[in-house]
Design a protein around this ligand. Structure first.
Ligand SMILES: Nc1nc2c(ncn2[C@@H]2O[C@H](COP(=O)(O)OP(=O)(O)OP(=O)(O)O)[C@@H](O)[C@H]2O)c(=O)[nH]1
Ligand SMILES: [Mg+2]
Length: 433
């Protein structure tokens, strides 16, 4: 069977597979309570599913200490080996990060492809990324992941036999695993990302100048971010292409922004971006700097929580990632989604709004709340500008929302919605407040 990686933008490795892989998933913990492990393995199974890996067995082990050699104990390794032979298993996926040595030892003991949750998430991201920015960010994360595991992965990627993630031509293996080459690639990718970052910086400055407010949708993967964006765009936006909403982990990797209007008031920019998940590889968070900058710069964050599986640990994961990227100071509105599937209000110790993107219940209220939060400090101020001050008139028009204007013989009465903090240059034109 021929397995190979496709190189996109010369950097990202995408798996192209010819058959469905059969997998065993393994989780290890030093805690006695293994229920968290099972939940985590269920999620790992869904992740595997998104890249067509079928889970045959889920195995958990509780131990006092993790084995430095194989993470799990020798007995467990033997048990897994028997299952591999019995059920024709191709890959074994560990829920936690494996050290290069553990990876190498496990592969040699089990004689099939072995990888961890981080590697799986990176592969999913690589498959989904579409914009140049996301592709480069995933590539950077993959290279960073590889560089710290070159010894382990050398064995892994050049293996022949079971598992679609392994076999590569000798030339390719050398090309990609050469440490110097990887480091070189990293600096090329970083330079390209820097260029994109500078371009985005200019757009952001422009937004600041025109007082455009931004609202970012964040939340655990599959929480309903893209669905809410689509619903809001349908009601308040300019008709454009819809964003993919799918019952799949990480259906969105790229950032999308849409401008929304509400009544006759101001507008704002809504940003839908990548979802979060527990144990998101640090390489990914660091590499998605450019994408996550959009969240960091937002005026308001809508933290979406899946109403059908309200989970404190999912909420905390999202909060922790926001903290890690320096976005935890931004005002946050919690929003519980998928209300149409719920019979009751979820009980949770947070102030939240309940919405359904499908039935649109709660959406007008959410929109009102967004506007209140974004523009609560804004006031309508009427200025009088005589015809000698048309430059001021044009400046106001380009930066602020004009509520009304009335022409007189000597000039214009202009009512403008403005943040009082920005009033200083215009005080002398004030007619009435
Ligand atoms: N019944 C119902 N399903 C919903 C609602 N909102 C979202 N969903 C479903 O939930 C799944 C995930 O929705 P998405 O909008 O793709 O979630 P996301 O947060 O963008 O997910 P990622 O991009 O993977 O992070 C899809 O199958 C949606 O159809 C809702 O209000 N009601
Ligand atoms: Mg999405």
């Amino acid at each position: 069977m021929l397995n190979r990686y496709r190189l996109l933008y010369n950097h990202v490795m995408i798996l192209t597979k010819q058959k469905l892989d059969q997998a065993i998933l393994v989780a290890f913990s030093t805690q006695l309570d293994t229920s968290d492990l099972l939940t985590s393995l269920d999620e790992l199974e869904r992740l595997a599913q998104t890249v067509s890996i079928h889970t045959v067995h889920k195995i958990t082990q509780h131990g006092k200490v993790a084995s430095a050699r194989t993470l799990i104990g020798d007995g467990k390794v033997q048990e897994i080996k028997r299952l591999i032979e019995k059920d024709n298993i191709d890959v074994v996926i560990f829920d936690d990060e494996l050290s290069p040595a553990q990876l190498r030892n496990l592969e040699s003991d089990l004689d099939v492809q072995v990888f961890d949750r981080s590697f799986l998430i990176l592969s999913i991201f690589a498959e989904r990324a579409q914009s140049k920015e996301a592709v480069l960010e995933v590539a950077l994360a993959q290279k960073r992941y590889m560089i710290s595991r070159l010894i382990g992965m050398r064995a892994s990627l050049s293996r022949q036999g079971g598992g679609s993630y392994n076999a590569k031509g000798p030339g390719e293996t050398k090309l990609e695993l050469d440490r110097r080459k990887v480091l070189e690639d990293i600096s090329i990718i970083k330079a390209q990302l820097k260029k994109i970052k500078t371009e985005k910086e200019t757009t952001r400055k422009q937004r600041k100048y025109t007082q455009t407010k931004t609202v970012a949708l964040v939340g655990y993967t599959n929480a309903g971010k893209s669905s809410l964006m689509n619903a809001l765009v349908k009601l308040y936006g300019i008709k454009e292409h819809e964003t993919l909403e799918k019952d799949m982990l990480f259906s969105t990797i790229d950032t999308k922004s849409k401008r929304l209007h509400f009544d006759n008031q101001r507008d704002f920019l809504l940003i839908d971006t990548v979802g979060f998940i527990s144990k998101l590889p640090t390489e990914l968070i660091n590499s998605f700097e450019t994408t996550l900058e959009d969240v960091k710069q937002a005026n308001l964050i809508l933290h979406l929580i899946d109403g059908t599986s309200v989970s404190l640990s999912h909420i905390q994961t999202t909060q922790n990632i926001l903290k890690k990227i320096g976005a935890d100071h931004i005002p946050t509105q919690y929003v519980i989604t998928k209300a149409d599937l719920l019979n009751d209000f979820p009980i949770i110790d947070l102030d939240y709004m309940l919405i359904s993107a499908h039935s649109q219940n709660g959406i007008p209220q959410l929109m009102t709340s967004i506007f209140e939060q974004l523009y609560q400090t804004f006031e309508n101020v009427t200025l009088f500008l005589d015809f000698n001050h048309m430059a001021v008139y044009h400046k106001l028009k380009s930066r602020y929302k004009i509520v009304s204007e009335t022409y007189h013989e000597l000039g214009i009465d202009i009512k403008v919605s403005i943040d009082p903090n920005h009033m200083k240059p215009y005080m002398r034109f004030i007619k009435e407040i």
